[in-house]
Design a protein around this ligand. Structure first.
Ligand code: GTP
Ligand code: MG
Length: 205
């Protein structure tokens, strides 16, 4: 799949600000600065559709991007940003909960982790949470350009083990800088949307 058309459709902190649940959604979750917004730009081939920054905590809202009028990619605000106050981190929790637990058209949450580090306690907690809601199964390992081929395999193994991924769970290394790995992710996303369409069609029969 190649994405030819993408646009920012809504920026939300409250459910009332979400777009109508009329399209399937695939969300990106992960630590602040892990590369969620960069990945969105890579997939859509648009350099600055989503704002990217060297300073963490850039995306603080839930941003809905409409893709080809077929589905949405939802860029979730990052976690684990040290300089966030307690009340801000509570706000983050409420924002995530209302989206992840009550969005009927949410198909999957792709979790992003940095290839250089062992997943943090918060990463593990997030993956557990996704498992609980049956939204887990796809992990994107970002910044693949930052390590050698040797380290890459070693780190991927550690990431799989630390997150408690099963053999069937998909892990895809990607570099937004070098623009590598995105085709495999786009294929996985296309497959998810297709499955959703098929299940809708069957319900209507
Ligand atoms: P928040 O919005 O704060 O949650 O961050 P984010 O997850 O959206 O991260 P963002 O895409 O803004 O990227 C953070 C930083 O990492 C930026 O400086 C990016 O240029 C850099 N970055 C993202 N992806 C890659 C990558 O694949 N390789 C390298 N080397 N740097 C990357
Ligand atoms: Mg961001």
């Amino acid at each position: 799949m190649k994405i030819n058309h993408a646009e920012l459709e809504a920026v939300a902190v409250r459910p009332a600000q979400y777009p109508a649940p009329d399209l399937p959604e695939i969300a990106f979750a992960g630590r602040s600065n892990v590369g969620k917004s960069s990945l969105l730009n890579l997939l859509t081939g648009r350099k600055s559709l989503a704002r990217v920054s060297g300073s963490p905590g850039k995306t603080r809202t839930i941003n809905f991007y409409r893709i080809e009028d077929a589905f949405r990619i939802v860029d979730l605000p990052g976690y684990g940003y040290a300089k966030v106050s307690r009340s801000e981190s509570e706000k983050w929790g409420k924002m995530m909960e209302s989206y992840l637990e009550k969005r009927p058209c949410l198909l999957k949450v792709i979790q992003l982790v940095d290839i250089r580090h062992k997943p943090t306690a918060q990463d593990v907690q997030m993956y557990e949470y996704l498992k609980y809601y049956d939204l887990d199964g796809i992990v994107v390992v970002t910044k693949a350009d930052k390590v050698s081929a040797n380290e890459r395999q070693k780190n991927i193994k550690l990431i799989r083990e630390t997150l408690g991924m099963s053999k069937e769970d998909i892990l895809l290394p990607i570099s937004s800088l070098k623009r590598t790995g995105q085709e495999a992710l786009l294929d996985v996303m296309e497959e998810l949307v297709e499955q959703y369409r098929t299940s809708l069609a069957q319900e209507e029969e």
